[in-house]
Design a protein around this ligand. Structure first.
Ligand code: NAP
Length: 244
């Protein structure tokens, strides 16, 4: 993976769902992929095989983004040796419950994975992007972070927090040729939404269909590859009109 003529995309949480689609799409656009995940080795190995079939290289890196120490150990040295051209912060979890029933653990787990994880990863790789004077950072938030969702006070808070963090970071690093943007999906069919009732959500979506991981991946790909680029510090909704 040290072939410096090839661009590298670091996809955080690339083993399944939206992250998997993003990794495959970026590989198709010619990036080699550093693909991270937590523990689903089999899913990650399958994505790696698909990426290699498309002609790009893929390195698998397993760690828990909620731990600063694990994140540093997994990415610190790599980023010191080579600055990834792109970082997509996609890992995330939900633990839904009405606030009146929500446990401290449900709150903490979601915030530490979704929001602390962003700090842990970005803090670890940002210095190398600053030195390289180039980079594109895409943060996967959610429509829940834009408009709020009952039963998701923890998740909505984490995703709104990501929007604030990305906007502030965009102001810090824009002059260094590092683009920072947020993508906010609505209802996308993945493992995360498996238990939810589609019929109920469909009534709220003007396009009358739920989203596919590829719908998100195409926009991320654009933000990572477009050369005539003046989009910075923005939140792009991909939600079929769920949040207008
Ligand atoms: P998913 O299918 O559950 O995949 C989650 C990914 O994140 C997996 O690669 C998982 O790795 C990784 N991950 C989870 N916790 C981690 C941790 N502590 N450390 C490292 N990696 C971790 O989820 P998805 O539906 O594709 O969602 C992807 C992102 O989009 C999330 O941030 C989610 O909040 C956001 N989003 C999803 C929807 C939707 O409708 N699906 C809507 C809006 C926003 P393992 O495979 O090892 O578990």
């Amino acid at each position: 993976m040290k072939n410096k003529t090839k661009k590298v995309a670091l996809v955080i949480g690339g083993s399944r769902g939206i992250g998997r689609a993003i990794a495959l799409r970026l590989a198709r656009s010619g990036f080699d992929i550093w693909l991270t995940y937590k523990s689903n080795h089999e899913a990650a190995r399958n994505v790696k095989a698909e990426i290699e079939k498309s002609g790009s290289a893929c390195e698998l890196i397993a760690f828990d983004v909620s731990s600063y120490e694990e994140t540093e150990a997994a990415l610190g040295k790599r980023a010191e040796d080579f600055s990834p051209d792109v970082m997509v912060y996609n890992s995330g979890i939900s633990r839904d419950n009405l606030l009146m029933w929500m446990t401290k653990n449900e709150w903490d787990t979601v915030l530490s994975t979704n929001l602390d994880g962003f700090f842990n990863v970005t803090r670890t790789i940002l210095f190398s992007m600053l030195k390289a004077k180039k980079g594109r950072i895409i943060v996967i938030s959610s429509a829940s972070g834009q408009i709020g969702q009952a039963g998701q006070v923890n998740y909505s808070a984490s995703k709104a927090g990501l929007i604030g963090a990305a906007r502030a970071l965009a102001r810090e690093v824009g002059k260094k040729n590092i683009f920072v943007n947020v993508v906010a999906p609505g209802f996308i069919e993945t493992d995360m939404t498996e238990g939810l009732r589609k019929e109920q959500v469909l009534a709220l979506i003007p396009l009358n269909r739920v989203g596919r991981p590829e719908d998100v991946a195409s926009v991320v790909d654009f933000l990572c590859t477009e050369e005539d680029m003046y989009i910075h510090g923005q939140v792009i909704g991909i939600n079929g009109g769920l949040a207008i």
